[in-house]
Design a binder for this molecule. Structure first.
Ligand code: HEC
Ligand code: HEC
Length: 355
């Protein structure tokens, strides 16, 4: 109650200084670098709202989560944070085929973006859908020996040893206790605020602004939904069905096998061999190289893979067919995808962290 009152007073006094008095870091460099902000409004093109979620993010949890997301002290040797692999300038993906974690160790898959993942058709996270929520997903990398190399116990005691963090847990959750669940929730809420929209395509489709995109983009849109039928899997506001499909990426014809079994490892269903989650098509420009293994360098090569009907293999999705697209049609699809680069998710590493 008293805390709520302080918050109200804080806003009435106009700014975060009075709010910070409640958590004890008043005027600190780290609060200046990461003030409590109102939740961002979903940009044009995102028709969902935070109110639809069971436990919507709060400004205080998002602020805490933003620090935790970028804080390298969550890793065993203080060198790796979530943002090491999920980089804001790459729409929270990364510019390399696979991730490099603690002590230079390489993983087998590419870090996917999580923009617009506050609302998903199915609760499938990771390329193989093995996590059921952003919360469930968030603790994994911290304790993964090749990602952040820590133990959860060690991570929690590190945070407890940083005097001002407890105040921000109190601000976010009502009491100063620092535990796994709260770390996961705060990080997940920060991730939920990374939305992307207001693309030229959204302005054309949602605002009926005929000038927002070129004729080529309009042609690409038509192809995407008809002849090329990309919308069999890339659908809705996030351009994903959050389901799993085998396109033949990672199939080795010489060895006659798949490099990564994908969804099969979770479901044990034959048709899921080499199947991966459909990624969003928003903000592709800075997310290359593409696919779960980062094996395709350019979007043109991606479209060429679809044009030939995928990489033939025993588990290829029945939805993959030869498309017979002309060069002009390939260009139009590329123009269409280029009109899906938006705004709203952009961020940078906070200049200072709680001490
Ligand atoms: C060393 C690099 C690395 C670090 C550090 C890392 N990640 Fe990831 N992240 C990945 C990779 C690689 C995947 C895909 C793994 C897979 O699908 O098996 C992934 C997947 C994800 C996903 C799933 C997105 C989706 O759409 O399915 C989320 C969310 C995520 N990471 C958040 C985080 C958070 C939060 C942290 C910090 C606590 C973190 N990551 C730390 C590399 C990293
Ligand atoms: C059968 C479902 C399906 C269809 C149809 C489909 N896609 Fe995909 N798309 C996927 C899946 C699944 C992946 C990830 C595959 C992997 O990593 O192995 C993907 C990946 C991509 C990527 C790479 C994105 C990234 O983050 O790396 C692009 C670009 C893309 N698709 C565009 C298209 C276009 C353009 C079309 C139509 C020509 C299309 N897709 C048709 C399911 C589909």
């Amino acid at each position: 109650m008293r805390f709520a009152l302080q918050l109200v007073v804080g806003f009435v006094l106009g700014g975060f200084v009075a709010v910070s008095a409640a958590v004890g870091g008043e005027g600190s460099a780290w609060e200046k670098a990461n003030p409590v902000k109102p939740l961002p409004a979903p940009p044009l093109g995102i028709d969902s709202t935070f109110d639809e979620l069971d436990d919507p993010p709060t400004p205080e949890r998002v602020r805490l989560g933003r620090w935790l997301f970028f804080d390298t002290r969550l890793s065993a040797d203080n060198t790796v944070s979530c943002a090491t692999c999920h980089r804001p300038e790459n729409a929270f993906s990364e510019p390399t085929p696979v991730s490099t974690g603690i002590r230079g160790q390489k993983g087998g898959r590419k870090a996917p973006t999580f923009i617009n993942q506050a609302w998903t058709l199915y609760p499938h996270f990771f390329w193989d859908g093995r996590a059921g929520s952003l919360e469930e997903q968030a603790l994994g990398p911290i304790a993964n020996p090749i990602e952040m190399g820590n133990t959860l116990e060690q991570m929690i005691s590190t945070l407890k040893a940083i005097p001002s963090y407890a105040g921000y847990f109190k601000e976010a959750f009502g009491t100063p206790e620092i535990n796994n669940e709260r770390v996961a929730k705060a990080i997940a809420d920060y991730e939920r605020t990374r939305m992307s929209g207001n693309t030229p395509w959204d302005r054309w489709q949602k605002k009926r602004d005929q000038q927002a995109v070129s004729e080529e983009v309009k042609k690409g849109h038509e192809l995407f939904h008809n002849k090329a039928a990309c919308n069999q899997c890339h659908l809705g506001q996030a351009f994903t069905d959050t389901l799993f499909h085998n396109l033949g990426v990672g199939w080795d014809p010489k060895a006659n096998k798949l490099a990564d079994m994908g969804r099969y490892v979770v479901s044990k269903k034959d048709e899921d061999k080499g199947a991966f989650k459909t990624p969003t098509l928003r903000d592709l420009a800075n997310r290359g190289p593409y696919m779960h293994d980062g094996s395709i360098k350019t979007l043109r090569e991606v479209v060429e893979l679809y044009n030939k009907g995928g990489e033939a293999n025993p588990h290829l999705s029945p939805k993959m067919k030869q498309l017979n697209l002309t060069d002009d049609e390939v260009d139009a699809l590329l123009a269409f995808m280029d009109a899906l680069n938006g705004e709203g998710y952009q961020d940078k590493t906070p200049a200072a962290f709680p001490q």
